[in-house]
Design a protein around this ligand. Structure first.
Ligand SMILES: [Zn+2]
Length: 213
């Protein structure tokens, strides 16, 4: 048993069981070991193999949001148009989340459906989200999309001042978020969103592969 380094002997630290089992100091000193007073409880992130619980929380949130984007990619927004069923658009889905995590808008690629060359999922989600928010500036928002954005969409994301971009599958042929270009993190631009790529990569890529098969 260590002696009290402060010499005060009043706090109880350094003698017997710690008063507060959730003391963050205890967890950083002995990562992965059971915390005294909480039997079977490992250190922060020990189960996930990560040291930072904040990182784990963020990853889980991104994966949850990506599942929603996948849902949008597969089902799309409800379309009444009878012709919609005949149209084969590449299944890419996007969801825009507000700073507090509320869903602001969704978009599914509808280039074939509407004959609009700019009808990509990201652009549609941004347009609808801005309309709903009543402003073009979407700082604090997160755009989640199942496929790495192209140059047009990456440019639109920068112009909309989106704070975070989360994408699924990499797109080596046209990707502008790290594959061919990195428009989102170009240091010459004065706004650069945070970028998280390859989230649920296997699932998002599988949806696209199934479409092109
Ligand atoms: Zn695009």
């Amino acid at each position: 048993m260590r002696s009290d380094p402060t010499g005060t002997g009043s706090s109880g630290v350094g003698g017997g069981e710690p008063a507060d089992a959730t003391d963050p100091q205890l967890e950083t000193i002995r990562p992965g070991q059971p915390t005294p007073g909480a039997v079977g409880r490992a250190g922060p992130g020990a189960h996930e193999g990560l040291a930072d619980p904040g990182e784990v929380g963020r990853r889980q949130r991104h994966e949850l949001w990506m599942r929603r984007a996948l849902e949008v990619a597969v089902t799309g927004p409800a379309v009444d148009d009878a012709n919609a069923a005949d149209v084969d658009d590449v299944p890419v889905g996007a969801v825009l989340y507000g700073p507090d995590g509320t869903e602001l808008a969704i978009g599914r690629n509808e280039r074939e459906l509407t004959g609009d060359p700019t009808g990509h999922a990201e652009v549609l989600a941004l347009r609808r989200g801005a309309e709903r928010a009543g402003r073009w500036r979407l700082d604090g928002c997160t755009l989640v999309v199942t496929l790495e954005p192209c140059t047009m969409c990456a440019g639109a994301l920068v112009l909309a001042r989106v704070s975070t971009v989360v994408f699924g599958a990499w797109e080596p042929k046209t990707g502008a978020a790290g594959s061919l270009w990195d428009v989102l993190r170009d240091r010459r631009l004065n706004h650069r969103p945070e970028v998280y790529g390859g989230v649920l990569e296997a699932e998002t890529a599988a949806v696209l592969r199934a479409f092109f098969r």
